[in-house]
Write a protein of this length. Structure first.
Length: 317
């Protein structure tokens, strides 16, 4: 047992609104934030800069108050961050959901819910913005037949060509989980994806005893309302950590400027600067190198469609 009222360094392993579980060796303390820390994360005019200054995965300096409670005094610099744009009372602010993760595992399902490339591409951009690697996990492979699989393999080859690892899984085919296990081992991963794609099922299958609830719909967070999202980190017996993000529904892209959106699509890079207009949005302009590349089959139409949706409808969730 550490002495009371000394400052120690710990790790945030669970975050609820206003309360954080901080792990320090074998103890876990329920912590609140020191007022000065909260104030430091406001702008000069007192406007909130973050939906919440502390995130799961953060290394923090804390003071222990008693056997169960403590106060977070300071946050150490983050290596990476998984953030989304959050609609605060006075405009958009950043919500860091997980800090210091190595990679995002973006889970999509073949069916139920239908495969959504828009959501997938948003997550890939968020990984890039937050300095994390991204892995794609296509789950529910058991729901498609041979022809469907061939078609999916072709579509996802596009992502493999862009450098993303793609893992094909089904919770009904235990061997299919081996690749996912290997990818998660010894890393800190954030599992993201729409509700119902099988995130909790996959984690339960990988980690015996985890017992996450299946079919549970994340807490809906309405714009402008304070979020009650619970994010939690789990340890894997094989080595590694995962953060489950059950309440994350809208993924507004934080720090992504619509004007520069083309920089987040690696396949567009070779064509940038070669359009007729140098401020080309690549949506309806004549002599556009990107649109030509799409027509020529050099840029995949699904990826281009994601670009157009984000470019024309904005990057908010
Ligand atoms: N057929 C099939 N169903 C799956 C698979 N993975 C998950 N499910 C089902 O999909 C539903 C949603 O799963 P859940 O793990 O709660 O999804 P989450 O919302 O992403 O955490 C449940 O009914 C699961 O049994 C899979 O690989 N194949
Ligand atoms: Mg779940
Ligand atoms: Zn263009």
């Amino acid at each position: 047992m550490e002495s009371i009222l000394t400052r120690e360094q710990g790790r945030v392993i669970r975050a609820r609104t206003g309360f954080y579980d901080v792990q320090h060796h074998d103890i876990i303390l329920r912590c609140t934030l020191r007022g000065t820390l909260k104030r430091r994360h406001r702008s000069e005019t007192g406007r909130r800069l973050y939906a919440d200054p502390v995130a799961v995965g953060d290394w923090v300096i804390f003071t222990q108050l008693d056997m169960e409670e403590g106060v977070i005094e300071d946050i150490l610099p983050r290596q990476t961050k998984f953030s989304r744009q959050y609609a605060g009372k006075h405009g958009d602010i950043e919500q860091v959901i997980v800090a210091n993760a190595h990679q995002i595992v973006a889970v999509v399902a073949t069916l139920m819910p239908p495969l959504n490339f828009r959501t997938l591409d948003r997550f890939l951009i968020l990984a890039e913005v937050g300095d994390m690697e991204a892995v794609i996990c296509l789950n529910k492979m058991d729901l498609v037949d041979g022809a469907g699989r061939a078609e999916l393999a072709e579509t996802f080859a596009v992502y493999e060509k862009l450098g993303y690892q793609v893992i094909y899984t089904s919770i009904n085919v235990p061997e299919s989980l081996d690749a996912l296990r290997k990818t998660l081992k010894d890393k800190f991963s954030v599992i993201v994806g729409a509700s119902g794609v099988g995130k909790s099922s996959l984690l339960n299958a990988l980690q015996p005893g985890l017992d996450l609830r299946i079919g549970e719909v994340g807490i809906r967070t309405q714009k402008g309302r304070h979020t009650t999202t619970l994010v939690e980190r789990f340890l894997l017996d094989i080595g590694g950590e995962v953060a489950d993000t059950p309440g994350i529904r809208e993924v507004g892209l934080w720090e992504v400027d619509t004007e520069n959106l083309d920089h987040y699509f690696p396949e567009m890079e070779p064509y940038l600067g070669t359009c007729k207009y140098n401020n080309c949005a690549h949506v309806a302009e004549p002599d556009c190198a990107i649109q030509n590349a799409v027509e020529a089959g050099e840029i995949h139409t699904e990826r281009y469609r994601s670009y157009v949706v984000l470019r024309t409808e904005g990057t908010e969730g």
